[in-house]
Ligand binder design. Structure first.
Ligand SMILES: *Cc1c(COP(=O)(O)O)cnc(C)c1O
Length: 396
């Protein structure tokens, strides 16, 4: 069957939860993807900020194959070596003390919310803790994660959790005004992804940290998208000289194997006791081995150095576009997490660029998001601009 036939088949059996692009992807190599007919695409989406190491990385693939042959799954009623190693790596990276491994970002957020509520419950004997979340945030689609996601139309039909209050991102006065005696946590992304590539300002994040310390509120940073080196440091919050009480991770943590994690400071982590939380798959040896290998390859391939280098070049090139074309309002973001905001919906531009062999995603209606594999080179930036610019030039 060809791509067209597979797309028709898919439209019969898949739930219609995504507006999919008309491409059936088959394989990947480095920073390129290929569809069923062998057409090549330069990938500036990385499966939504997932595939940091590039596709078909031989060492990564070999490690996973070996783990499949050794032991794919046990249960969390036993210990396994890869999970322990993975959690050691995560504590070193985050500066936090204990880790719970999950299968996705959403589940990491879910766990972080439960942890914050349990800490509050232990203190107050009641489960009525409130959480302050940010407008335009994105934390996932399960009932808990959705409840703290700042897009009303995502939440409205589903009757989300009570006790969630939304404040404006980068507006300290608004956040502070929403604190009550019941506030148990403040949750935010260090750099908002879906919400439009907005980094937290230094002043905002540092003031929120101080507020949390003063009031005994847990600061949960969601680094599912902006973490794992994407902004030039392993954790984006390293650039703010602060540390959260809880952090959530996923996406590039497994580089394609579905994994996530939430990590917390000792005093809070201990609030969760046997029976409070669990997962059948979470931290299974296969998924944990993927995490271990990702950390190893980040070091070997000097991923952070590359991000710092190439992101300066990418910013410069995007700034040139933003200056040259009136339909572009602004370039913003941090590291290899960049966005171009247009004065119009970008769906058409993204579609045309895809036809021309470039994959990007949108963030909201008017923003093209650039979240390439972290191993891209300057030559790939040039290639991307070479495809995108003619499409933008037609817009005028
Ligand atoms: C993608 C994302 C999530 C959800 O992760 P899933 O793995 O899709 O469940 C949560 N928070 C942020 C910031 C994300 O970018």
């Amino acid at each position: 069957m060809n791509s067209k036939q597979w797309m028709e088949a898919a439209d019969h059996v898949l739930m219609h939860t995504y507006g999919r692009y008309p491409i059936v992807l088959k394989r990947g190599e480095g920073v390129y993807l290929y569809d069923l007919e062998g057409k090549k695409y330069l990938d500036f989406g990385a499966g939504i900020a997932v595939f940091a190491l590039g596709y078909n990385n031989p060492e990564y693939n070999e490690a996973l194959k070996a783990q499949v042959d050794e032991l794919l799954h046990t249960s969390n009623y036993f210990y396994n070596v890869p999970a322990t190693k993975a959690c050691e790596k995560i504590t070193q990276m985050t500066g936090l003390d204990r880790v719970f491994l999950t299968n996705s970002g959403t589940e990491a957020v879910e766990g972080a919310i439960k942890l914050a509520r349990k800490v509050y419950y232990n203190k107050h004997g009641k489960a009525d803790g409130e959480i302050i979340a940010m407008n335009h945030s994105f934390h996932g689609r399960s009932m808990g994660a959705l409840s703290v996601t700042g897009t009303p139309k995502y939440r409205e039909p589903f009757g989300t959790l009570e006790g969630i209050v939304f404040a404006d991102y980068n507006n300290y006065e608004d956040v502070a005004a929403k604190v009550t005696g019941k506030t148990c946590a403040i949750i935010m992304e260090t750099v908002q992804g879906e919400g439009g590539l907005h980094p937290a300002s230094h002043e905002f994040l540092q003031k929120v940290r101080a507020l949390c310390d003063q009031k005994g509120i847990l600061l949960i940073l969601d680094e599912i998208q902006c973490g794992m080196g994407r902004t030039g440091t392993m954790m984006a919050y390293e650039q703010y000289a602060i540390k959260p009480d809880v952090v959530t991770l996923a996406k590039a943590l497994g580089c394609g194997v579905p994994v996530g994690a939430f990590a917390a400071k000792e005093e809070f982590a201990l609030a969760l006791v046997p029976g409070d939380h669990g997962s059948t798959y979470g931290g299974n040896p296969f998924a944990a081995e993927a995490i271990c290998k990702v950390f190893e390859l980040f070091g070997k391939q000097q991923v952070l150095e590359n991000v710092r280098n190439v992101s300066v070049y990418l910013e410069k090139k995007l700034d040139v576009l933003a200056e040259k074309y009136a339909c572009i309002k602004e370039r913003r973001g941090r590291g290899l997490m960049q966005g171009l905001e247009f004065d119009r919906p970008v769906k058409g531009i993204i579609g045309k660029a895809m036809e021309a062999g470039l994959i990007t995603f949108s963030a909201g209606e008017n923003i093209i998001r650039f979240v390439p594999p972290l191993v891209i080179g300057k030559e790939h930036v040039d290639e991307m601009i070479g495809i995108l610019e003619p499409v933008i030039a037609e817009e005028r």
